[in-house]
Design a protein around this ligand. Structure first.
Ligand SMILES: NC(=O)c1ccc[n+]([C@@H]2O[C@H](COP(=O)([O-])OP(=O)(O)OC[C@H]3O[C@@H](n4cnc5c(N)ncnc54)[C@H](OP(=O)(O)O)[C@@H]3O)[C@@H](O)[C@H]2O)c1
Length: 313
């Protein structure tokens, strides 16, 4: 099979298209003929030696944690899926998953059936960002109807799904985005969009119950002033979590870091919302597998509107 592999951590030049044997199935796994794989900032962070690199073990390494494709074979003990099933998933994180490849061995406990209404490209980008938004808003953040949610980076991969999930649960949603993305974020249902490039968010927003901080650092710290007493800020970027937590302690805001976890039940719920037209995934761009370096460069600009996807057909 064709796969993208790195032999050492470093720049995008380390990403090499390689011919490798198909992965071997372990109990509880299915072999998927992969058709698309979502790109996330964690991919280039990890390939450069940061992000999830400490969990990867010995190189070489095939990056990628999310995919959509067709089941080709199942391990002897698997009953939930059979050959020919259309599936998608976010798997093995933060350990190696190998989704930038034509074939993926995926644990059945971390994948979901792909409904017809959810196209393969969109499905491949839904897992990581969708589960992050779900777990931040509902599992950790306990967001309730009529509460106020602030989403920092409302146009990004996680943010554009979080805005929609916040509206779906019945919250009032405020989001930050640059001016060029205001119409996009409003079209997702946001009640108010604030241009973070013009002014401090704290001058416009107060008394929010929950912040989803997709930016971190000084931006996350500034947003602490928007939170009501005993409110919560969930900060996504791991590298700045300690400074945001420390600033939260001073202001008595409950700051929680997060590490997204695979979860097939939550994937089912996301797919169901998609099929019911209550959730959409915006594709910022698609790249063939061999152009993964260009996809990384695009993600590294920090300007992704929705999700980037590698196509593998
Ligand atoms: N801990 C976890 O489990 C976990 C899970 C998922 C993601 N993450 C992390 O969370 C962060 C966001 O992930 P993502 O996939 O959503 O990233 P992304 O898609 O690359 O985010 C890009 C978006 O960020 C916006 N942006 C950039 N700077 C901003 C600022 N100062 N204020 C507001 N918006 C800003 C841009 O909007 P404009 O063009 O409008 O500026 C762009 O739409 C990344 O650092 C990622 O590694 C962590």
């Amino acid at each position: 099979m064709k796969a993208i592999q790195i032999q050492q951590f470093g720049s995008a030049e380390q990403l090499k298209l390689t011919e490798l044997p198909k992965p071997e199935l372990k109990p509880g796994e299915v072999l998927v003929r992969n058709r698309a794989a979502g790109i996330n900032p964690i991919d280039w962070k990890t390939c450069s030696g940061g992000g999830a690199a400490p969990f990867i073990g010995d190189l070489p390494f095939i990056p990628g944690w999310e995919f959509a494709g067709t089941v080709e074979a199942v391990a002897d003990d698997v009953t939930e899926f059979s050959a020919g099933d259309e599936v998608f998933g976010f798997i093995n994180f933060p350990h190696r998953a190998g989704c930038f490849a034509e074939y993926v061995a995926a644990p059945v406990s971390q994948i979901s059936h792909r409904p017809q209404e959810l196209p393969v490209t969109e499905a491949s980008g839904l897992g990581l960002a969708g589960l992050t938004a779900w777990q931040a808003l509902f599992s950790k953040g306990q967001l309730k109807p009529d509460q106020q949610l602030l989403v920092l980076a409302g146009a990004g991969g996680v943010g554009h799904l979080a805005v929609q999930l916040g509206k779906w649960i019945g919250a009032r949603v405020i989001a930050t985005a640059s001016a060029q993305n205001h119409d996009f974020v409003k079209s997702l249902g946001a009640d108010i969009v604030v241009d973070y490039q013009q002014d401090s968010i704290a001058r416009h927003v107060n008394n929010v119950d929950l912040v989803l901080d997709g930016v971190g650092g000084t931006t996350g710290i500034d947003a602490l002033k928007c939170v009501k007493p005993r409110g919560t800020l969930i900060t996504l970027p791991t590298v700045t979590k300690d400074e945001v937590i420390a600033a939260g302690e001073k202001l008595k805001v409950n700051v929680q870091p997060i590490r997204v976890e695979p979860n097939s039940r939550q994937l089912d719920q996301l797919a169901g919302l998609y099929a019911d037209k209550k959730l959409r995934l915006s594709i910022a761009g698609t790249y063939p597998l061999e152009q993964v370096a260009q996809a990384f460069e695009s993600s590294q600009t920090g300007r992704t509107k929705g999700k980037l996807v590698l196509t593998i057909d």
